[in-house]
Design a protein around this ligand. Sequence first.
Ligand code: ADP
Length: 401
Amino acid sequence: MAEPIIELDHVVKEFRAKGARTSTRAVDDVSLSIDKGDIFGIIGYSGAGKSTLVRMINALERPTSGTVRVLGQDITSLGESSLRPLRQKIGMIFQQFNLFSTKTVAQNVAYPLVLDHWRKDYLERRVNLLLRFVGLADQADKYPSQLSGGQKQRVGIARALATNPEIILADEATSALDPETTGEVLDLLKQVNQVLGVTIVLITHQMNVVQQIANHVAVMSDGRVVERGDAYSLFASPEQEVTKRFIATAISGLPDAERVVDIHRQWAGRIVTVLIRQKEARNELNGSWVSASGQNISELISKYAIPTNLVYGGIDTVAGSAIGAMTYELAGDAALVEDFLGELALNSDVFDFGTRQAPVEYGEAVLRPMPRKAGTVSAAADGDGRSAGQTDEDHDGGETR
Ligand code: ADP
């Protein structure tokens, strides 16, 4: 059963510079619920309001209006002394690690426990345990300057875990790291979530970070949450322009216009791109469903026995399910190709780029996928009803969470 651990209700945060007449609205009427055990990604461009939003979760900032509930407690008007025990339940990690350069790794990790007056032997045991968990047991006496970026963030994570928090807020925690180290740190955060059961709120401007570990995502733009959903659905059926732009940076497989020209140059046959969606997805914003796509393509290729070449493609995994696109050259008998495409388009989103001799304009092909209508095996040939490529009628409610 989903149990909310962080709830924001119509939260607004305005900043007014001293003496200024106008104010900046950094967070604009945000309502969000984050469940216990989630890895919740908040993605947006710089200045979207992500940091301000997250700083309201541990009351480093107070909302101008609206309420923030954390661990079942309304923290909006709590005084500093009442916030102290709550803040121990919330760890934070940062882009620049925020380690003390004059303290060793062990002393950095111990710092929150020293503040909390832990007995020396308990403290040492806890620090050793944490350093083992993050894979730095042999670096305890080093100083931050002797560590790599990834190791520094591991220290940051160990320190954030020191007081046994229930929530970790990660503010651009991997933005200063190279892709490989980013992957390692994200794997560690996944462990923190899965082994220790810690809820993680991850703010980032990197879609691939969200793609790698988040199960839920909210997209922020100009202080507002413009789109949200489970990670798979957001990747599979983005509605907002800003979401689409972010996704384009993370999902591979769809050829751009130039690439299609290139493919036509190399291959004479019919060029089609099939979107791959392993399962259906629901857009939370408008409640619409998009169905799975491309799941029976191999089966149909053998059934029709048409010569095919796989000429471009890519598949990524989001929240454990595949998303991507595959582009084929289809050769051989034109009528057979037409029938094959007609059947393929019954259950898949297909972009038809035509042939070298008769290419279809890129925008036309991508904006108007082949129609998905029952009983229209030759629909593509008739040009019948070339409108939406997606229907919601075949949703059976089976697989989404
Ligand atoms: P993000 O984390 O998405 O980059 P921020 O939350 O840092 O966005 O900032 C959102 C907006 O609020 C920006 O316009 C920023 O300049 C403004 N802002 C953030 N903090 C303050 C502050 N302490 N005083 C004034 N303006 C601020």
